[in-house]
Every structure is written in structure tokens, then in C-alpha cells.
Design a protein around this ligand. Structure first.
Ligand SMILES: [Zn+2]
Length: 318
């Protein structure tokens, strides 16, 4: 059996896993991501990788390659991190070279959502398809594209930014420098601001839960309220689904994918989101494209990133 190390660096937590050639996780470790300084983060993942190997009695020679997903703009060919929007002080870092010198194992790096997409494509909700689009919902709205069975990266390797497809001519300012991007309507930060604003004006069980049960306002709470039949909460997610569906209509028309895979924290409210998303696509997308696409939930959950990173290592680490 051949083994790979898959690493998924997130803005808060990072995951390090040993994955076998069949995409199965043999050992996994979750650590807090040090964001205050670059070397601390690098040392942490190197140390965790070494620990996980000795824990499983694996030697360096058992590991064919290491794959790393980073949350930002990456040049996967040169192995350089251009920048990470949520982790400061990362500018043009030759991470591949640094990790190879420390780990002494062939290493390749890429964008985290691209690798998640690769994981879902090989072992998850994208299995068996050739053209898929993956979207992750969270603080940021990320995307990955597989066309004709291959990860699509674009001219300078930073394509797939689905969260920054505008859905309005004007609209709110977005973190990316643009405005009216779908992320500025359905990203977690925007949703929380909207909730605070709208709850002042609307009747909702959410307010009762916060006051009487001392619960904290969160998107999970809105999900719970929707489960309880709260009208405002159901409408909140419906509106979310309509916005997401509007953007995905463009994706469906442009790329004609077989499947669109939706994952990330907010996908927990899938029950209330998927209906409106499908409805909008059915209504607005061009008929042949609309008919051939399936909207599905991600399957690998939290593990998609490390599994995808290991697949990437297997494909590129020779
Ligand atoms: Zn944007």
C-alpha cells in the first residue's frame, strides 16, 4: 500500500492526515492554525506531520508525496503562495521549497477549495462525473471546477472564484475589491449583519430563543428556527437559495456541468436552501443545461480537503 500526507490549512484550524492510495484516511490530526507568524504555521504542520508518522510507525520512505491546500491565491506550478486573504504576512512564499527542505518528501501545493473539489471528484459526490463545479459556503464562498476530468485553473492559475461572480450591477462592496459579488450577499459575515438588522423589524422565534434560553445568535440557530417552522427563518434561507441559485444559473449556462456540489457550514441548512436553488435554475437556466445538471450535497464533509490534498500529491508527486 502507498501512503500520502494530505494537509488542509484553514483560517482557524488545519488538518493533517495520512491517506492511503485508495483515498482512505489512516490517521488524522487537527491543530489550531497559528496566524500571527509565518514560520509558526510552517513549523506546526511540519511537526504535526512528523508526529502523525511516528504515531503510526510509518517512516519517511513510506510516504510517496505530500499535498497541501492553502486558503488563498496559489501558483501550483511554481509552488508559491501569492497571498492568503485571511492570514496576514503571507506574500509570495515559496512554500513547496520550504516544506520539501524540512520534510524531505516531495511536496505540492494548491488552493484549498481546488483540492476539496478534487477530493469530492475522486471519492465523494462527484464520483463518476466528468464535469463538476464545487462550491463551499462559509465566511468566504469558494469554488472549484473540474472540466473533462481535470482541475481547471485558468491562465494564471487562480480561476474558480465562484464567490466573486457578481449578481448585481451595483451592490455591496466585497472583500475582493469588487462589489455585488455573490459572497457579499451570502457569505457568513454578511448574513450575520443582515440577521442583526432584520431581527429588529421582524417577528421570529429566534429572538425568543436568544432572550429566554440565552442562546447566541448564529446561523445554526436560524437553521433550528427554520426546523421549528419559523416563518422569518424559512424566508431567510429561501432568499439565500434564490441568490445562490441566480449565480449558479450563470455557471450552469456557461459550463454545462453534470453536477454542482454544495458544501461548507451553511450547507447544514441544506433542506431549506436546495429547493430554492433548484427552482431558480430550473426556471432561469437554458433548458438543455438545466435538465442535465444535478445539484447535490458534498459527501466528504470536513475530510474533503485532506483527501483531495492526498489525491493531488498522488497525481503530481512523482
Ligand atoms: Zn468579491
Amino acid at each position: 500500500m502507498k501512503y500520502y500526507i494530505g494537509i488542509d490549512v484553514g483560517g482557524t484550524l488545519s488538518k493533517i492526515a495520512v491517506v492511503n492510495e485508495r483515498g482512505r484516511i489512516v490517521a488524522k490530526r487537527i491543530v489550531k492554525t497559528p496566524i500571527s507568524n509565518k514560520n509558526a504555521l510552517i513549523n506546526k504542520i511540519v511537526q504535526a506531520s512528523k508526529e502523525i508518522l511516528s504515531e503510526k510507525n510509518l517512516k519517511r520512505k513510506h510516504i510517496k508525496a505530500v499535498g497541501v491546500g492553502m486558503p488563498g491565491a496559489i501558483n501550483s506550478e511554481k509552488g508559491i503562495v501569492y497571498y492568503l486573504p485571511n492570514i496576514p504576512r503571507w506574500k509570495n512564499v515559496p512554500l513547496k521549497k520550504i516544506l520539501e527542505s524540512k520534510l524531505k518528501i516531495k511536496t505540492c501545493i494548491d488552493n484549498d477549495v481546488s483540492l476539496m473539489t478534487l477530493g469530492e471528484f475522486c471519492y465523494g459526490a462527484g464520483k463518476g462525473a466528468k464535469n463538476i463545479v464545487c462550491i463551499t459556503l462559509g465566511t468566504g464562498v469558494g469554488g472549484g471546477i473540474i472540466l473533462d476530468g481535470k482541475l481547471y485553473r485558468g491562465a494564471t492559475l487562480v480561476g474558480g472564484e465562484i464567490g466573486h461572480v457578481p449578481i448585481s450591477v451595483g451592490g455591496p462592496k466585497c472583500n475582493c475589491g469588487g462589489w455585488g459579488c455573490v459572497e457579499s450577499y451570502i457569505g457568513n459575515r454578511y448574513l450575520m449583519n443582515r440577521l442583526r438588522r432584520e431581527l429588529k423589524k421582524n417577528r421570529s422565534i429566534i429572538k425568543t430563543l436568544i432572550k429566554k434560553k440565552r442562546m447566541k445568535l448564529s446561523l445554526e440557530l436560524v437553521d433550528r428556527a427554520a426546523e421549528m417552522g419559523d416563518k422569518y427563518a424559512v424566508w431567510f434561507w429561501k432568499d439565500f437559495g434564490i441568490k445562490l441559485g441566480t449565480m449558479l444559473t450563470g455557471v450552469v449556462n456557461l459550463l454545462n456541468p453534470e453536477r454542482i456540489i454544495i458544501g461548507g457550514g451553511v450547507a447544514g441548512a441544506g433542506k431549506f436552501i436546495f429547493g430554492p436553488v433548484k427552482q431558480v435554475i430550473r426556471k432561469r437556466a437554458m433548458p438543455i443545461q438545466a435538465k442535465s445538471v444535478r445539484i447535490v450535497k458534498a459527501k466528504l464533509g470536513e475530510d474533503a480537503g485532506v483527501i483531495g490534498a492526498a489525491v493531488f500529491a498522488r497525481l503530481n508527486g512523482k
